[in-house]
Design a protein. Structure first.
Length: 149
């Protein structure tokens, strides 16, 4: 294979998650993230099987939920890590989830703080602090380590 330079990407268009029960997942994601519905995707019988939302804080990156019980429930896996500003934002999100009755926990991550919680299908959602000034575990056993280039 001949090495070439890849054309530039323009960001992430959307995050698409499979869900078991679209109605239940819609209620949960709308409450947790304050989403605004942009599109619905009905099947041939006019039953809505997918939706796309705009997400406050993600610019023009959308969040799509698709009813696919056959592949939903990457239980305990975290395919998407969302960013928040700092530890104060982690604490604000923790209070928000507490108010919604969503179980969660705050942990020390490699280079910041992380809030972990699960959607209705068991998908693990991480909110990671972008601020690196107050915590750096990159030299500790069991945490990631920076690769020097």
């Amino acid at each position: 294979m001949t090495a070439t330079v890849a054309p530039a990407l323009a960001g992430i268009f959307a995050l698409k998650l499979p869900v078991r029960n679209l109605a239940a997942s819609r209620r949960w994601y709308e409450a947790v993230f304050g989403l605004e519905l942009e599109f619905e995707f009905p099947d041939d019988d006019s039953v809505v099987r997918g939706v796309v939302y705009s997400v406050p804080g993600l610019g023009d990156t959308g969040l799509a939920l698709r009813e696919r019980p056959d592949v939903a429930g990457l239980s305990g896996f975290d395919p998407v890590i969302l960013a928040v500003a700092d530890r104060a934002a982690i604490d604000a999100w923790a209070a928000h989830l507490e108010g919604l009755g969503v179980p969660h926990r705050v942990v020390e991550a490699t280079i910041g703080w992380m809030l972990l919680f699960h959607d209705p299908d068991g998908l693990e959602i991480h909110l990671y602090s972008r601020s690196r000034s107050d915590l750096d575990n990159s030299g500790r056993s069991g945490f990631g380590r920076r690769v020097e280039h």
